[in-house]
Design a protein around this ligand. Structure first.
Ligand code: C2E
Ligand code: MG
Ligand code: MG
Length: 683
């Protein structure tokens, strides 16, 4: 506040204006009356006596005093008036200032009110914009669920216009009875009054046309009001994605069958039933499509789905709805037979499937016969873990496959013992290299017509401290499975190359001999195989042309395109290449032309069946030899045991032969002795 100065104290102001002035007037009247009385006395005295001079003087003096006093008084009054005037002016100024201030206050109050209004307006615009553009359908509801306000997104989602909604519909109108009940349980309309109300729930929002949209309903209490903000996010796409993820977690996308996880889950439940219900039994069948990859690769990947669909259809048709048919691997399936009454049930099922498989599959434009191997676990007594049941069914299936495809085997304990033995072997094999238990034996390869020695095949042997000499057929698969084959194969290659190089150097005229070394599928897939081979050739100093790498036909055909590439790189290194066990791996002619190989090695099984009394058996060998000739490749026949076989092979113009007829694989000293012997010719 501004201080206003008037020049008068409040008392002065009071006196000037009231009581003080009345006193002054009374004084003046008294002096005036006194002077008048003196004058009257003077008039009387003048008439009566000669005292008139004194009276005259006194009267005049009194009058002059009175006049002077009057003058003074009027001056005072003037001064007072001036002061009062000033005071009034000050008061006017003070009041004016006060008025001015009040006016300014009024003005600023107005401004503040206007600002507040503007702010409110801005805020409302902001919140309305936010309300409209949250990206979510949003409504504001009263405590009883009545809709007060809805945004455009909500109109879009519900199919109603703004006019249809506000004040006309309640939140419950859009929800199913079930959701409504849930919302009531959650006390959603009263969310404003309870902090404990959960902020969101999943619900289905029913639109005007009856369609239901899966939404995530979120509530937010509006402070100091009974209203609630309810937002709906359309989560139908998310739900679909979740469903797909859930489906993928438990089902195979290609066949729509349960996957391994779901199968094991069903199996666990069957195991629980077996324990709790007397007489309840289950059985598990592992099914594996024979030569699945080969079939798919040779017919093109487009047929894979077709094959899987047809095959799974057969499995489904052959089983009951209570059974579980699952796809647990590429060409692998598993069947859980629920509540199998008779013990022969699973076998009967397998036979039923096998019968269906007798009819050819139409895959693309081809008709193909598909076979499968089956492994059965029928005795469910000893199992506590679902994985073990499946493992044993798998083991039985593998044993059926090994016995020749298209068969079934029932799991028994010996299979388990066999598996344990293999595990033991793997452990021992890991140490075999360090302990120098591995050896390389060499089997001579001869020219068919002259019987002259032309080379050797390096064959691995394992001198096991307890089990004696183990042949590669027993330990190479274990080495393959464990990955040890990479190390073992490298060692054999190194030994064989070094040995041949020694022979080349020590035996005059032996430098034309070559060395065949077997390469496994696992080695071929190893990223360092090329470098390893190059290093071995460098270290040994062997002419690359004297090394021949043998790869079995089934390995070559397992991934023909990749193998063609790798073989090409070997070829550029100067190494020669041969396809081993030819005739068993189902090479397609188109691929055969593309493989950059030098020789085909006729599989022993075909050679051993040749005899002069059954000329039809030599037909296959004849075809392979003719094929090799027409492709410009050399041919070796392996497993030649009789001179008749050798004669036929010579007749068929097979160039090279290898077999017990000439020599068994031999150790290093024997091989050196052979090379140094004159000839060397095998008679
Ligand atoms: P393969 O490469 O086809 O070798 C020929 C097999 O036939 C050898 O068996 C050999 O001893 C046998 N054999 C040769 N002539 C006759 C015969 O007249 N009659 C009979 N009954 N058998 C004959 P082996 O040494 O037991 O080798 C078996 C297989 O093990 C080999 O078949 C080869 O695939 C694999 N293998 C051997 N050594 C190695 C190796 O160092 N690395 C790899 N990856 N595999 C090897
Ligand atoms: Mg071989
Ligand atoms: Mg062979």
């Amino acid at each position: 506040m501004v201080a206003i100065q008037t020049g008068l104290t409040p008392n002065e102001m009071e006196r000037e204006s009231g009581v003080g002035r009345a006193a002054d007037h009374l004084g003046l009247i008294a002096i005036g009356v006194f002077a008048a009385m003196l004058y009257a006395v003077f008039e009387v005295v003048t008439v009566v006596q000669g005292l008139s001079v004194y009276f005259n003087t006194i009267s005049i003096l009194s009058i002059s005093v009175f006049s002077q006093m009057l003058i003074n008084r009027s001056k005072d009054a003037e001064t007072q008036l001036a002061r009062i005037n000033r005071s009034l002016e000050d008061q006017v100024a003070y009041r004016t200032a006060q008025l001015q201030l009040s006016y300014e206050d009024l003005l600023s109050e107005n401004a503040i009110r206007r600002q507040t209004e503007q702010k409110l307006k801005d805020s409302e615009t902001r919140y309305r914009t936010m309300f409209e553009n949250t990206g979510m359908a949003t409504i504001i509801v009263e405590a009883d669920g009545a809709i007060i306000l809805a945004n455009r997104e909500f109109c879009r989602l519900s199919g109603y216009s703004l006019d249809d909604l506000a004040g006309r519909k309640t939140l419950m109108h859009f929800l199913s009875e079930e959701d409504e009940a849930r919302i009531r349980r959650l006390e959603l309309p009263r969310a404003a009054n309870t902090e404990a109300a959960p902020p969101h729930m999943e619900a289905q929002l029913q639109g005007r046309d009856g369609t239901r949209v899966q939404v995530l309903l979120t509530t937010a209490r509006i402070p100091e009001s009974s209203r609630t903000l309810v937002s709906f996010s359309d989560v139908s796409e998310l739900k679909k994605a979740q469903e797909t993820i859930k489906f993928q977690a438990f089902y195979d996308l290609q066949t729509g069958l349960p996957n391994k996880a779901l199968f094991l889950d069903h199996l666990k439940m069957a195991m629980v039933r077996h324990k709790s219900r007397t007489g309840y039994r289950y059985a598990v069948v592992a099914v594996n499509i024979d030569r699945f990859k080969l079939t798919v690769d040779s017919l093109g990947h487009g047929v894979e789905l077709q094959l899987l669909e047809l095959f799974s259809g057969i499995l489904r048709d052959a089983t009951r709805p209570v059974d579980t048919v699952a796809r647990i691997g590429t060409g692998e399936f598993a069947i859980l037979l629920d509540d199998v009454g008779e013990p022969g049930g699973p076998v009967w099922l397998v036979q039923k499937i096998q019968k269906r498989l007798q009819a050819p599959f139409r895959l693309g434009s081809e008709e193909v016969f598909v076979s499968a191997s089956f492994g059965l676990v029928t005795n469910c007594e000893d199992y506590h873990q679902a994985e073990h049941v499946l493992r044993d069914a798998d083991m039985a299936m593998l044993s059926a496959k090994e016995a020749g495809k298209g068969r079934f085997a029932v799991y028994d304990r010996t299979m388990h013992e066999q598996a344990v033995r293999l595990l033991q072997m793997e452990n021992d094999l890991r140490r075999a290299l360090d302990k120098k238990e591995l050896k390389v034996h060499y089997q001579p390869i001869v020219a068919c017509d002259t019987r002259r020695l032309v080379g050797f095949e390096a064959l691995a042997r394992w001198e096991h401290p307890e089990w004696g000499l183990i042949h590669p057929d027993a330990f190479i698969p274990v080495a393959e499975d464990s990955g040890l084959i990479v190390e073992i194969g490298h060692w054999v290659l190194h030994e064989a190359c070094l040995q041949l190089r020694r022979i080349h150097q020590s035996q005059p005229g032996a430098d034309g001999l070559f060395m065949s070394v077997n390469l496994s599928g696992r080695q071929l897939g190893h990223p360092e195989i090329e470098d390893q081979t190059r290093r071995v050739l460098n270290d040994s100093g062997l002419d690359p042309h004297r090394l021949k790498l043998e790869i079995t036909e089934s390995v070559v055909m397992s991934d023909p395109e990749a193998v063609i590439d790798l073989l090409g790189r070997f070829k550029r290194m100067g190494v020669r290449l041969g396809i081993d066990d030819f005739g068993t791996g189902y090479s397609s002619l188109s691929y055969l032309q593309k493989f950059p190989v030098d020789t085909l090695k006729v599989d022993r099984s075909f050679v051993s069946r040749m005899d002069p009394h059954h000329p039809e058996n030599q037909k296959i060998v004849e075809i392979i030899i003719t094929l090799a000739h027409s492709l410009g490749l050399g041919v070796i026949a392996e497993g030649v045991e009789t001179s008749e076989q050798q004669s036929i092979l010579s007749f068929l113009r097979c160039q090279f032969a290898q077999g017990f007829l000439f020599s068994h694989p031999m150790d290093r000293p024997a091989m050196e002795a052979l090379v140094s012997s004159p000839g060397p010719i095998f008679c």
